[in-house]
Write a new protein. Structure first.
Length: 161
């Protein structure tokens, strides 16, 4: 399979960014694994690897510092639109996120943005339902100890980078 064109669409703030510098390391019908450098330079976050789980509606990313130490795992709840003619994915961030620190601490963030986006008409009731159900499923998997299966693709493909 050829490399697709990837866009990251955010609702808050509203933006749609071409991820032109992301390197596609693997692609199948179920997942896309990418390597990337931070879009905006930060002291803590330097680069990372992401796995888009197309059927699950989540994106799992490994965030690294410049010294190659793991900052944390960042899980975005997402939806996507795919256009076959142009082989383009627009991945929409559904706002709710889960951060997993190297010590295993789990933090759910940005739930308030779901309400803000819905009240502003940026998120339909159906998309809100989808976001909450995907978040619930992800948290159940994490708490059941099944998160390592979501870590595996980025660990495998970051070695070939």
């Amino acid at each position: 399979m050829a490399n697709p064109t990837l866009y990251r669409k955010r609702l808050i703030p509203e933006e749609c960014i071409l991820l032109k510098d992301d390197r596609v390391l693997h692609r199948s019908e179920q997942i896309i694994v990418t390597g990337w450098d931070s879009l905006k330079p930060r002291k803590d976050l330097h680069h990372g690897f992401s796995c888009y789980y197309l059927d699950e509606g989540i994106k799992v990313s490994r965030f690294y510092r410049e010294d190659e130490s793991l900052l944390f795992w960042y899980c975005d709840i997402v939806d996507y639109d795919y256009t076959e003619e142009t082989d383009t994915y627009i991945v929409t961030d559904l706002l709710a996120d889960v951060i997993i620190y190297p010590d295993g601490f789990v933090k759910v963030v940005d739930l308030d943005e779901l309400v803000t986006a819905r009240n502003a008409g940026l998120l339909s009731d159906g998309m809100l339902d989808k976001a909450l159900l995907r978040l619930d499923r992800l948290l159940k998997l994490i708490y059941a100890g099944d998160f390592p299966k979501f870590q595996k693709p980025t660990e495998e493909y970051m070695r070939i980078q």
